[in-house]
Design a protein around this ligand. Structure first.
Ligand code: AMP
Ligand code: GLY
Length: 423
């Protein structure tokens, strides 16, 4: 099979690494890819949102399957673009249709879906500029902290959690009236605050059946002890110690089953990964959000624990035979620590030469914001490199991660030294 992977982060390098190992895989391409994917596949200079260029490329190289990494092309309808044309409808696209991708593309859509299907989540109301006054009164009726969410995609920045009522009111106005997040905040979801510890659940579905992948937990804040600004993710662990068998069963029964049944009932075509962001509130799993893709950096710990052939699973998924597959999972823990550019998630410099990668023997290196330049690997983004290790438990795996990191350096390199601190 010829496979094209869309994206350029650590998640896509991990997916490429895994699919490359499949006996079913002939030619493997990544658009646009990075310095990690270039070592094991062919990078193609096409943007993930340039559907026409992707179509030409797919036809020229006789691509059989497209695996979509990030949410953007999914929310923009890449699935439908390929499925609605006679020349490309035979190509498998791993991901939801445009209408189903609203589970991530619109918080209001996702909340309505959850309420319609009885899936546990925070209470909420949605507001627009026309209902601003009602929104302000609604805030007055709540207790702090106040959770305000831009309805649309806002590059992970659209959620505000505020302690102060006056500030919450000002921000609601900024979002609805002053377009703080552009079109994404035309509608704002105001939500009940949930207090608990978060985890990420990944599901493969063909719209009919499902397979639950290993649970993971990511660390979003830049600072140690989960302080400071939000990032794309500074590290991750899998499995999640507090997600024992009973808790996973609860998630399956109360969240995964009604989600997959809901997709079918609502006629939302979906053949891909569902990422369910959960929070454990005193033993009750509640959904914080849906994403219609794998997580990053969770993929860098979940995929290394998958022993089954991922491409075989994806073929079965596309054929609607997911149920015929058995998942085989590595018992070991996997952890990843993200090396980031100094200054990230605020402004940072790029083009720093990364030294020492070849000296790392005990960890997997998934390149993220890193590209090839003049025979060197240089930084090209905020999150630069995910250092993944295995261990008998997450503590042992992390020890190996941190030992490997000692061998890598670049100017102003930063990383969190306390991944897993709360477990
Ligand atoms: P989201 O983009 O919906 O995942 O929100 C980003 C982050 O905000 C989540 O990972 C949570 O840490 C936090 N968050 C979102 N909604 C809530 C909520 N209702 N209660 C508490 N924290 C929340
Ligand atoms: N790690 C969180 C995300 O991928 O959205």
């Amino acid at each position: 099979m010829n496979v094209l992977i869309l994206g350029s982060g650590g998640r896509e390098h991990a997916l490429t690494w895994k699919i490359k190992q499949s006996l079913l895989c002939d030619n493997l391409y990544v658009a646009p890819g990075n310095s990690g994917t270039s070592q094991i596949a062919e990078n193609v200079k096409i943007s993930v949102n340039d559907f026409e260029a992707l179509k030409h490329f797919a036809l020229e190289k006789q691509i059989d399957m497209i695996v979509v990494g990030p949410e953007d092309p999914l929310v923009n309808g890449v699935y439908d673009y390929f499925k609605n044309s006679k020349t490309t409808e035979h190509i498998s696209v791993i991901g939801p249709s445009k209408v189903a991708a609203q589970l991530e593309g619109s918080k209001d859509f996702a909340k309505q879906f959850m309420f319609r299907h009885g899936i546990p989540t925070a209470a909420y109301e949605s507001f627009t500029s026309e209902t601003l006054e009602e929104g302000l009164s609604f805030l007055e009726s709540l207790n702090p902290p106040y959770v305000l969410k831009a309805d649309g995609l806002a590059a992970g920045k659209g959620v505000l959690i505020l302690q102060d009522l006056a500030e919450a009111k000002t921000e609601l106005k900024n979002m609805l009236v002053n377009a703080k997040f552009g079109e994404a905040s035309t509608t704002v979801v105001i939500e009940e605050f949930l207090d608990g510890i978060e985890l990420s659940c990944f599901v493969l579905t063909d719209g009919e059946d499902y397979k639950i992948l290993p649970m993971a937990k990511d660390y979003k804040r830049i600072g140690e002890g989960d302080t400071g600004l939000n990032t794309g993710g500074m590290g991750a662990v899998s499995p999640v110690p507090f997600a024992d068998e009973a808790f996973v069963k609860q998630i399956e029964d109360r969240v995964v089953k009604p989600t997959v049944a809901g997709l079918k009932k609502d006629n939302l075509p979906y053949k891909g990964f569902v990422f369910i962001g959960l929070i454990n509130v005193n033993g009750e799993a509640k959904v914080i959000e849906y994403n219609v893709r794998m997580g990053d950096p969770e993929t860098e710990v979940v995929i290394p624990r998958l022993e089954s052939d991922l491409l075989e699973l994806l073929v079965a998924l596309d054929n609607g035979n997911l149920n015929s597959q058995n998942l085989s999972i590595d018992d070991r823990a996997a952890t990843t620590v993200m090396l980031v550019s100094g200054g990230y998630p605020e402004s940072y410099e790029k083009g720093k030469i990364i030294i020492g990668l070849k000296n790392v023997e005990d960890s997997l290196l998934f390149h993220a914001g890193a590209i090839d330049k003049d025979d060197e690997v240089v930084t090209s983004g905020g999150r630069v490199m995910a250092v993944t290790s295995y261990g008998k438990d997450f503590k042992e795996a992390l020890k190996t991660c941190y030992a490997s990191i000692e061998k890598i350096t670049f100017d102003k390199m930063n990383y969190r030294k306390d991944i897993g601190f709360d477990l």
